[in-house]
Design a protein around this ligand. Structure first.
Ligand code: GTP
Ligand code: MG
Length: 136
């Protein structure tokens, strides 16, 4: 069965939304396989976000991701990669659809699109790579 990596980013943990996010994942019928609370270091984050090196938001994104603890979930289910991306909503929390995690709980906290509460792997290749990074 397919697996994906979900991260509750530092804003989600700080705002006590970890339980609500897991509730939505479980309500959808996906299975929690493993969980970790991590203060991510630069090395892990730069590997995780390697595809974004050089983009204008790269440095602020890595700084934000080091601003507090992150909760990592290993989640399993049929088409869970697409399914969780759908639960999360689009990247910009201001315009993410209501009913999604980002749409219901996120907004722009001062041009900070990176504070969008969650990460979900975007392909089977990313999921494999990212699960190995965060769960070893
Ligand atoms: P993830 O699930 O976190 O990977 O989000 P995504 O796939 O919807 O977005 P993408 O992979 O393109 O970007 C990774 C992360 O970088 C986003 O989740 C945001 O936190 C941040 N980000 C992306 N685009 C922007 C931007 O234009 N400005 C800022 N400030 N942050 C951005
Ligand atoms: Mg992405």
């Amino acid at each position: 069965v397919e697996e994906t990596l979900v991260l509750v980013k530092p804003d989600g943990v700080a705002r006590n939304l970890t339980g609500e996010i897991l509730r939505r994942i479980e309500a959808k019928g996906y299975q929690l396989v493993d969980v970790r609370l991590i203060e991510a270091e630069l090395d892990l984050l730069s590997q995780h976000y390697a595809e974004h090196v050089g983009k204008p938001f790269y440095e602020p994104l890595l700084e934000f991701m080091q601003s507090g603890p992150i909760v990592a979930f290993r989640i399993a289910g049929e088409r869970v990669i697409e399914g969780f991306r759908s639960l999360a909503g689009t990247t910009d929390p201001t315009t993410a659809a209501p009913g999604t995690i980002r749409g219901d709980f996120g907004r722009d906290w001062g041009l900070k699109v990176q504070q969008n509460l969650v990460h979900g792997s975007d392909s089977p290749e990313s999921a494999q790579r990212e699960l190995a990074l965060w769960f070893g």
